[in-house]
Write a protein that binds this ligand. Structure first.
Ligand SMILES: [Zn+2]
Ligand SMILES: [Zn+2]
Length: 343
């Protein structure tokens, strides 16, 4: 089979490799669509410790069950499915506390085990979920990034009809803000440095968009809130700058949710957090309920993909990856469709 392999810093290539072995308790999945994630671009560019080459990338995928190596009533061969990217051990403290996404021994596709940017991938049965016929494979591959956004929304304290600012209109930002509108009944402002992304946000129903290169982002947020700051700000970028911004634009008692991972270190003033009793929380991965909600929102059309998602065959996946590394191309999300032409 063909697979997109991370071979060295800044280097990915399509390679011919053997089909994966399907262990006991696992299914072999024929991959129909797999998104390229920003975190993978980042890993390849900077040779991050999170992903070590040689490695098959890909953790946002949908496909069809080809073979099951176990007895199960829940799944069947030929079924259309998506898979949680994080595989918990079920035994550690976070797992026993009901936080499998924070598992200490977690495995992630395309990180600690082979990813799904390939014709086939093997997966434990317990992280596989069926998707309805009505959901096409490319849209279904957005389930993972959307569920990561839904997980964050579920961690937010209760605010009634909140004003929400989302920093970063990449895949997660675009999916998350739509989910915030429908799940929290939120009014949403989306910020990004690229106007092309803001146009997509507008098309998808953002109430207000803002380019901080062109206007004072804090002032825009104040005006948008109609008061003294937004209830919630979500940082889907993850730099020292965006994390600081996410606090400054909050009203007293507001909450900042962080899921962007671009930089680790951050320098913060503490008084703007302590004195106005603002909250900051982190969010990572997603749980089963987040995935089920994500499938529901995508199949009901309450959250949409669109022409910001560009599809490439596996043969062109290395080119698509390189385009994303260079910031070229008029797409925000590249989804690889290994199933096409292979039957
Ligand atoms: Zn991802
Ligand atoms: Zn665990």
């Amino acid at each position: 089979m063909k697979a997109l392999v991370f071979v060295d810093q800044g280097k990915v290539e399509v390679r011919e490799i053997p089909q994966p072995y399907c262990g006991l308790g696992e299914a072999l999945i024929r991959v129909e669509a797999c998104g390229i994630c920003g975190s993978e671009i980042e890993s390849v560019q900077v040779l991050s410790k999170r992903r070590k080459p040689p490695l098959i990338l890909g953790h946002e995928f949908s496909g069809v069950i080809e073979y099951i190596n176990d007895k199960t009533d829940r799944l069947s061969v030929g079924e259309r499915v998506i898979v949680n990217s994080v595989i918990p051990c079920g035994k550690c403290n976070p797992c026993l506390r009901g936080q499998p996404n924070l598992c200490k021994n977690r495995q992630v596709f395309g990180m600690n085990r082979p990813g799904a940017l390939a014709h086939f991938v093997n997966s434990p049965l317990y992280v596989i979920y069926p998707v309805p016929e009505s959901l096409d494979f490319v849209t279904a591959s957005l389930t993972e990034p959307l569920s990561v956004g839904i997980h964050l929304l579920n961690l937010i304290p209760d605010y009634e009809n909140p004003t929400v600012a989302v920093i970063g209109a990449g895949t997660i930002g675009l999916l998350l803000f739509q989910a915030a509108r429908t799940l929290l009944n939120a009014k949403v402002l989306v910020a990004d440095l690229a106007d092309i992304r803001l146009k997509e946000a507008e098309k998808l129903g953002a109430d207000v968009t803002s380019n901080p290169l062109k206007e004072n982002f804090e002032a825009v947020c104040m005006e948008f809130s109609g008061a003294d700051g937004v209830d919630i700000c979500i940082d889907a970028v993850g730099t020292s700058l965006t994390r600081n911004q996410s606090i400054k634009v909050l009203r007293p008692g507001g909450s900042a949710g962080w899921l962007g991972l671009q930089e680790n270190s951050v320098t913060l003033d503490s008084y703007p957090i302590i004195l106005p009793e603002r909250k900051i929380f982190g969010s990572y991965g997603a749980e089963k309920e987040d995935f089920l909600k994500s499938i529901d929102l995508l199949s009901s059309g309450k959250v949409k993909g669109g022409d910001w998602v560009e599809v490439f065959p596996i043969e062109e996946s290395a080119e698509a990856f390189k385009k994303m590394m260079k910031g070229e191309g008029n797409f925000i999300k590249a989804v690889i469709t290994p199933g096409k032409g292979e039957g």
